[in-house]
Design a protein around this ligand. Structure first.
Ligand code: FES
Length: 575
């Protein structure tokens, strides 16, 4: 180990090591918890930030994993301290976990700052928990290792494989179209989520944990291990051992997360056919690292990175198959020419060394670059008068027939309006219509929920229509699919052009040309703008009021303006 710090230089020394009245309290209160001086004296204190919760099904194993991280910390001569943090449970938290991502980021940062931590292990994985905890840890900049929750096992129904999210939408549409009955639907409910772990399709969770590994913030190979596999607890205890070394080495996120790291994370996301949500989160994380990452970087890399992972919703398989096929290390070994291999990771080595010996065991699941799933990666950034600051589409999961399309708008004002009218037999809509949802952005909804995969009207479903062009200022679940234009910025709530669209307006989508245009003259738009008035704010008090005052638009990462930048925060005084 390349030791840079002495015990006296550890941050925790200020709490434990000095001889004064306050440090007496810290020591005596640690003894109150049953620890002897030999347990903590002169050792790095490692904060294990645990997002376990009784209402987060993706993190049910985190009590065990925290214990396994502790085992590693003790073995390596550290002092582990487990601390609970808000669990952002994707299925249950309303109106959207995205509303609370920045709250967990703040909590993570302040837990690490206000207590005597020398290093951190972050236990997360369910969608927003990963970016949230990393954003906080980046801003605090203590040595940090991320322990990803790991994907759950494949779902199963009558011998058929079921994938989180993707197969829910698919069989819901089949049920609405009368293809499957209620008892089949109930059996799917029993079989789709059958172990601990996060969604096992290439949704936001798998995308963000893989991005975190590609950034260099997990041990090599960590993100692909299924939660139920015994390699997972072994990875957790190895992370515990490693963070103690990192605390002595003083290897911090700022030593790891440079522009090259973010490029490599984007490259990994693209080759995985990853979630559009990654664009928001990586922009927010990069800006916390002081790197002005913008949407266009995703588009530029997208044109040269092929999709190699054959995982739903873009492909056929699931994360468990991906792990057996070689996992993320296998995939990255096939992208070596596109990666920055000489940069450091939490392993204490460089990425090239982390990938040494990585292999692919199944070319159908992790494709070679001369036989990709898609030549060009799946994420495109569009601009035009309907999205001056940009919007995104995951075209790898869209019907290719619709990627260049002009149709008449059918406009919905918020989710209630959508739910109320979408299946009305009298709705003036056909297969060429463009469904538009507004009032679903960071401020509008609020919290930018995953409403972007607007349902296909039932009368069209029955005619066999399975995809249409859909446009919104919402996000979309990474497990969702379809020709869905998302993250329109500026959103309608702040007066973006989306607020001015009317039923029957022609809308032109041109993914190859990266354009999204409302075919209405500037004079008419100006007239509509004078008639428009901003909606009432959603919150008069509470956290929601802080959120509404400070959240940025999707193209800027939806971070709070006062967290994204500003002078360094001082260490707390101890008196
Ligand atoms: Fe937790 Fe999908 S619900 S990752």
């Amino acid at each position: 180990m390349n030791r840079k710090k002495t015990a006296e230089e550890l941050r925790s020394h200020r709490w434990y090591g000095v001889r004064d009245l306050r440090s007496f309290g810290h020591r005596s209160r640690t003894k109150q918890m049953g620890y002897a001086a030999e347990d903590y004296q002169g050792k790095p204190v490692i904060g294990i930030i645990n997002t376990w919760s009784d209402i987060n099904p993706c993190h049910t194993h985190f009590r065990d994993r925290a214990g396994e991280v502790k085992r590693g910390v003790w073995q390596a001569g550290g002092f582990p301290v487990e601390m609970p943090a808000m669990s952002l449970s994707e299925p249950f938290q309303k109106p959207s976990t995205m509303l609370y991502r920045n709250l967990l980021a703040m909590e993570t940062e302040e837990l690490l700052r206000s207590y005597p931590m020398d290093g951190a292990v972050l236990l997360g994985g369910c969608d927003k928990t990963t970016p949230a905890m990393l954003m906080g840890a980046i801003s605090m900049d203590l040595p940090t290792v991320f322990v990803p929750a790991g994907p759950m096992l494949r779902g199963n129904w009558r011998g058929r494989t079921l994938g989180s999210g993707s197969d829910v939408w698919k069989y819901w549409d089949e049920k609405r179209a009368g293809v499957i009955d209620e008892s089949a639907w109930e059996e799917i409910e029993d079989g789709i989520a059958r172990s601990p772990g996060h969604c096992m399709t290439m949704g936001t969770a798998s995308t963000m944990t893989a991005a975190t590994e590609a950034l260099g913030m997990t041990l090599p190979g960590a993100s692909s291990i299924p939660a139920a596999d015994s390699n997972h607890p072994r990875m957790a205890s190895a992370s515990g051992r490693r963070i103690v070394e990192m605390a002595w080495e003083d290897l911090k996120p700022s030593d790891i997360l440079d522009e090259r790291a973010y490029d490599d994370a984007i490259t990994a996301v693209l080759a995985l056919g990853g979630s559009t949500n990654a664009m928001i989160h990586l922009i927010a994380m990069a800006r916390r690292s002081g790197i002005p990452l913008a949407l266009d970087r995703f588009d530029a890399l997208s044109r040269r990175v092929p999709v190699l992972a054959n995982i739903r919703p873009s492909g056929e398989y699931l994360m468990e198959d991906f792990y057996y096929a070689g996992g993320l290390r296998g995939l990255l070994s096939r992208l070596e020419d596109s990666l920055n291999l000489d940069r450091p990771t939490v392993s204490g080595r460089i990425l090239r060394e982390d990938l040494s010996g990585a292999r692919v065991y199944d070319d159908e699941i992790i494709r070679p670059s001369d036989n990709p799933l898609q030549e060009e990666a799946g994420l495109a950034v569009l601009r035009g008068n309907l999205a001056h600051d940009g919007c995104v589409i995951k075209h790898s999961a869209a019907d290719p027939r619709l990627l260049k399309h002009t149709g008449r708008a059918v406009v919905f004002d918020g989710y209630d309006d959508l739910a109320w009218r979408i299946n009305d037999p009298a709705l003036a809509v056909d297969r060429d219509s463009v469904l538009v949802l507004r009032g679903a952005g960071p401020l509008g909804a609020p919290g930018m929920p995953e409403w972007g995969m607007l349902p296909i009207p039932e009368k069209l479903l029955k005619k066999g229509v399975r995809d249409m062009v859909r446009i919104s200022d919402a996000r979309m679940s990474g497990t969702a699919y379809g020709t869905c234009v998302l993250h329109v910025a500026p959103e309608s709530h702040v007066g973006g052009t989306l607020a001015l669209v009317r039923d029957g307006d022609r809308v032109e989508l041109d993914v190859p040309g990266r354009r999204l245009e409302l075919k209405v003259g500037e004079q008419e738009l100006e007239h509509r703008r004078t008639e428009w008035s901003p909606p009432e704010p959603s919150y008069g008090r509470s956290y929601g009021a802080i959120y509404a005052r400070h959240v940025t638009q999707a193209n800027e990462g939806c971070d709070f303006d006062f967290l994204a930048e500003g002078p360094a925060v001082k260490e707390p005084e101890i008196h």
